[in-house]
Design a protein around this ligand. Sequence first.
Ligand SMILES: Nc1nc2c(c(=O)[nH]1)N[C@H]1C(S)=C(S)[C@@H](COP(=O)(O)O)O[C@H]1N2
Ligand SMILES: [Mo]
Length: 430
Amino acid sequence: MAGVREWLSGRGRPPGPFRPEFWRSPLRGPWLTSVFGLVLLVGLPIVALTGLVSYAAYNPGLPGNDMTPSKGLLGFYLFDWPTSPVWLYRLTQGTHVILGLTLVPILLAKLWSVIPKLFAWPPFRSPAQLLERVSLVLLVGGAVFEFVTGILNIQLFYVFPFSFYPAHLYGAWVFLAALVVHVALKLPRLVTALRSRGFRREMRTGLRDTRPEPPDPDDLVAAAPGPPSMSRRGLLAFVGGGSLTVLGLSVGQTMDGPIRSTALLAPHGRDYGPGPNDFQVNKTAASVGVTAAQAGPGWRLTLLGARQVLLTRQELLDLPLHTYRLPIACVEGWSTEQEWTGVRLADLARLCGVAEPGGVQARSMQQAGFFNQVSLSAGQVADHRSLLALRVNGADLSLDHGFPARIMVPNAPGVHNTKWVRELDFRVPS
Ligand SMILES: Nc1nc2c(c(=O)[nH]1)N[C@H]1C(S)=C(S)[C@@H](COP(=O)(O)O)O[C@H]1N2
Ligand SMILES: [Mo]
């Protein structure tokens, strides 16, 4: 017990990782930490901003779309999501996911480089230092939380006891706030540390000439460093190589053509059978309980407007049809562009007596689940490329791609392209 009292008074230290001699890598030091820090300083804000953009793309202001109804002030920046350019969400969300994955090895390396600080003893020496450590808990905790929830979500492991959307949004703001504090406190040291050693010279220094950095005020450099088993250049190559491997195995899922088959890390596999419908499926009909019988000859599309109109699929095919190349860009980062044919949403609005639709609510035959309905804005309905699609690449939609009919809106997040539509409700005030 005497020991514990001594530790708490700051005179002694608990054993193990709380002792400086425990951490022996001669590579840890402010320069190394700053190299990883600089990469994250450029990359993480891009991941955070594209993530916030993704939330805006959901048009959470429209009824039924908001997955984080209690967002409070955090939605201050939301704006009406545009339909042009058609590739914008494909680019922002692809960047969010692929860059996020690519930064994982860098983030881990950065955490490794500062891990002795986690065990600093005494836990704090002054109120200012206590505040700094609390901000670090929020920074590291926020980053780890965002990466873990994001990665689990793209791999469809819905294992959290909370909803992904609000959690990922709240986590992003906690992380961003902590990042601002951290950068304000550490930027001068980052600059000094990076200037303390030339990057090129470090790249020419092999294992034999690898020495610890000089002792630093932050105690990143080991007190009693062991002999190096790797040069700094070797460590940077290892971490950078890991990053590039992740990038190389995932970036293909944002592209079409042969390069797509390189995306070994893409979720949902890569083979969807032969023919025009051979492209990525998010949820199959079977997985959400939509049957071929429901989609058969008995299916009717209901239009709700100034009057109610029922249409068979043949009646829809007899209306003016239009064909556009439009992407499906999933929140999970994968995307693909296909050629869709269908009836303009604006034409369907007119058919049920709504000349200037204030928007539409599309409802699916799918009974349960988050994605069985969507609200689209007036601007989205008015775009001439916004379709109730019936065909893709010249063939009827397959059941898994939404037969008999699905929404296709330019630049909308994939989840808004509702499949197996049964009802379009244009009774939305403009
Ligand atoms: N009814 C319904 N529509 C849906 C979904 C769904 O689960 N149910 N998934 C959405 C999501 S998340 C995406 S990315 C696209 C994917 O379309 P695809 O499976 O045809 O590629 O469909 C959207 N439409
Ligand atoms: Mo999606």
